[in-house]
Write a protein that binds this ligand. Structure first.
Ligand code: SF4
Length: 338
């Protein structure tokens, strides 16, 4: 089961924790999560919704901080269902008849929890919940009719608004191998960024970081890679301004889907870096592997394994430090599925 801590506490004790605790990165990557996803029986019907991937795979490499906003604001388990009701331009979270409005309490709790996310490297929300849903949350009219418009869980919105860089995903979307890989890659990259900031910023460190993420960025968005490089060459920005703009562009680029075509182009660049050391047959084999991946005949792990094998034969420090080759623990097997 996952390594997690369930924050059952109310708003006041969260506030006290904020004041007493230094904001230092924890040793293990920390991810916020909806408590029902780690198995806590906190849903309206006293059930849970355990996420296999979060608990049994990702959970081996991270520590979760679990929150149930509905329980934290005092709703009982079990409890009557609540939903989002669009009343004019105001979104309320209340029972279907409009009673028991807990929107303000959920928003306030969200703002408090958001302050704890500065040392977190990601957040997994429970889909469709009026409190925790990250997108496509159903809304109803005050008369009880379902509306076409969709919304965001009111607690989740506070977390995401307060920290737009934080990698966030929903449990359901994590069943898609591409979305899952993208989320985990963003979590591990964001953590590297947090470590860089904690170690003290310098322009040299920013350049090194950019260099280590060259191929990762290329596999998501070549234009962003070049723009971020130009940003780091600007003389009119101080290091904090540069870092703020850099990380915004960096995290936005990583959100862009890395397609087979973009991965194949990136792999071809890597091949070019050390191809003069390969025999004609080895070059041919790698080219064929990259092409087989590009057209969908093999998973990404196939050409990557060959690249890593050749790198062991012909060590290249510049390539060895590339995050693209080791973005997260291999054990997660995220590059086997697409
Ligand atoms: S979705 Fe959110 S509010 Fe609902 S039970 Fe899970 S953690 Fe609690």
């Amino acid at each position: 089961m996952a390594n997690y801590e369930f924050e059952r506490r109310d708003v006041e004790s969260i506030e006290a924790q904020q004041e007493s605790k230094p904001k230092k990165l924890p040793e293990t990557i920390e991810i916020g999560i909806s408590a029902c996803l780690v198995g806590e029986k906190v849903r309206y019907d006293a059930s849970n919704k355990p996420s296999n991937f979060c608990n049994h795979e990702l959970g081996k490499h991270v520590r979760y901080k679990a929150f149930c906003p509905e329980v934290a604001v005092g709703l009982p388990i079990p409890r009557p269902t609540i939903r989002q009701i669009l009343d004019g331009d105001v979104i309320k979270v209340a029972r279907p008849d409009g009673s028991g409005d807990v929107s303000d309490a959920l928003r306030e709790y969200g703002r408090k929890v958001a302050k704890l996310t500065s040392t977190m490297s990601g957040y997994v929300f429970c889909a469709k919940s009026p409190s925790c849903g990250m997108e496509r949350v159903k809304m109803y009219s005050p008369e009880g009719n379902p509306l076409r418009e969709q919304s965001v869980g009111v607690f989740a919105k506070e977390i995401m608004d307060a920290n737009p860089l934080l990698p966030c995903e929903e449990n359901g979307r994590l069943n898609d191998p591409v979305i899952k890989e993208n989320f985990v890659a963003r979590v591990f990259a964001y953590r590297k960024w947090q470590e860089l900031v904690e170690s003290g910023l310098s322009k040299h460190k920013l350049m090194t970081f950019h260099s280590q993420y060259k191929y990762t960025l290329m596999s998501h968005d070549l234009v962003a890679y070049k723009e971020l490089g130009r940003l780091l060459a600007r003389a009119d920005l101080d290091v904090e301004q540069m870092a703020d703009q850099y990380v915004a562009g960096f995290m936005a680029a990583l959100k862009i889907k890395a397609t087979r075509k973009k991965h194949a182009n990136t792999l071809a660049h890597i091949q070019g870096y050390f191809s003069k050391h390969l025999t004609k047959e080895q070059r041919q084999e790698l080219t064929e592997q990259i092409e087989a991946y590009r057209v969908g005949l093999s998973p990404l792990i196939a050409p990557l394994t060959l690249v890593k094998h050749y790198l062991m034969e012909h060590p290249k420090p510049y390539l060895a430090q590339q995050s693209y080759l080791n973005p997260y623990p291999d054990e997660l097997r995220l590059r086997y599925g697409y």
